[in-house]
Design a protein around this ligand. Structure first.
Ligand SMILES: C[S@@+](CC[C@H](N)C(=O)[O-])C[C@H]1O[C@@H](n2cnc3c(N)ncnc32)[C@H](O)[C@@H]1O
Length: 187
């Protein structure tokens, strides 16, 4: 991975994702999670203050050891009971039908095989479970898409694998076998 990807990118992610305007989106999505919850791409834990008391257990999954160690440093006593797993959402190390909600915020853009990650989400969710997500994606305007397509090859190298032009929302909307129930907020 190298020093930039391992040490610098996590610091940049934490800085960028702390933006106050993003908190408004977090507050509309994250409190809806309850029961046994899996957050994929938990990062430095910026969603943690937004979970409600209905969360019995939170499992945070992320491939970055640096972000997970930042999260551990930011833990507060009033946060939900937490288990952290270093790993990828493309191979979630949990049993089938074992969680009540999966939360993901601005993460599907960075997962190399997002469709595989969504199949994994579907596998671990109980039949009554919910996927709660916030994502950005491919713009409807052709001129913006042009810029997204041209910037993505460079941006994903400096931005932790983030694809500016990924058609994330269509993955949710059009394959209901992958996401039987979902809430969508885009930026
Ligand atoms: C833009 S950050 C968002 C972090 C956090 N969700 C938030 O809202 O602040 C993208 C996150 O996706 C994580 N990520 C990248 N590849 C992943 C993968 N294969 N599986 C799970 N998470 C991944 C990154 O480590 C990072 O924490």
């Amino acid at each position: 991975m190298g020093f930039y990807q391992d040490q610098i990118v996590p610091l940049l992610i934490n800085l960028a994702m702390r933006r106050r305007d993003l908190a408004a989106y977090r507050s509309r999505v994250v409190p809806a999670a309850d029961g046994r919850v899996l957050e994929i791409g938990v990062g430095s834990g910026l969603n943690l203050p937004f979970y409600s008391r209905s969360v019995e257990r939170l499992i945070g999954l992320d491939p970055s050891p640096k972000l997970l160690s930042m999260l551990r440093r930011n833990l507060r006593p009033n946060m939900p009971s937490l288990e952290l797993i270093e790993g990828s959402a493309e191979a979630i190390p949990l049993d089938n039908n074992s969680v009540d909600a999966v939360v993901t915020t601005w993460t599907l853009c960075s997962i190399p095989d997002a469709a595989r990650a969504l199949r994994e989400v579907h596998r671990v969710l109980r039949s009554t479970g919910r996927l709660l997500f916030i994502e950005h994606g491919r713009a409807p305007e052709p001129n913006v898409r042009w810029w997204q397509d041209h910037l993505t090859p460079t941006w994903k190298r400096i931005g932790g694998g983030c694809h500016l032009n990924r058609a994330g929302s269509s993955l949710f909307y059009f394959d209901h076998s992958i996401c039987p129930a979902s809430t969508f907020f885009g930026i």
